[in-house]
Design a protein around this ligand. Sequence first.
Ligand code: ES4
Ligand code: ZN
Length: 324
Amino acid sequence: MNEFIQGLPKVELHLHIEGSLEPELAFELATRNNIALPYDSPQALRKAYAFDNLQAFLDIYYQGANVLRTEQDFYDLTWAYLERSKIDNVIHTEIFFDPQTHTERGIEFDTVISGIYRALCDGQAQLGITFQIIACFLRHLSEQSAMNTLTDILKHQDKIIGVGLDSSENGHPPSKFTRVFNQAKQAGLQTVAHAGEEGPAQNITDSIELLSISRVDHGVRCVEDPALVEQLIETKMALTVCPLSNIKLCVFDDMSQHNVVELLRKGVAVTINSDDPAYFGGYMTDNFMAVYKAHPMTPDELAQLSLNAIDASFIEPALKLQYR
Ligand code: ES4
Ligand code: ZN
């Protein structure tokens, strides 16, 4: 079954490109850009990757992004992710980036999107991995900051399919971004949002109602509201679940407690994703394997996870058949 999982064609729908920065590349970029890191070696940095909750992770993750300065840095980051994903037979990926993580420290939006986009185009040509790009608003920052970021996003709408919402869920509910998401939707962008990761099921309901999202990022706390679970099934609303992330950030105590397979068997359109693979201990195949080990599945069930991801993707409807 190891070989089956490794070879299974995969579609990734929940990947923060900044979260794919491996410690070795972080050191390389720090040297290249003359930046001092508060660690002696990549190994020492990797040892710091232990978190009790989402905020503890985010603090380290934003610090790590500081080594990303030039267009080439963003290219190298994205290219490394694509080469790694090829090994896992990822055939299509929809990646998040956090514009404000970079613009807030003086890096131009253009620099960031240009490097990411150029690598993704090369990846499509050389590795055969198709892609979409989603720009996420940091929910701990203000509505005004998100509005300013939306202005930048709209200048690059030829490269960006939609907007998302990430960072600290607690204290920053979906309602804070109703106006921003309405404007994004009006402009023709797709919308997604992190909800029901650390926050309550109500955030999932509110993200669906107020932000008109096409899929829920994480969403695992939906089980606290049985009527919501029924609604997710009936409306075929997909969840982009990130199993290793959930364990690392203590959303579940261990994989045996994880509910993704239970949700799959109930008929919820769940998918499996890597979130921040450099920080959470694994890429796509590692996430599939970790779930499989704790919750054995049939080949059809494993394949269903990929079919769900194709259905929930922003691949052009007429082209979706070619992926199945
Ligand atoms: C994130 Cl796991 C997670 N949750 C919320 N925001 C994020 N940004 C990067 N990873
Ligand atoms: Zn995420």
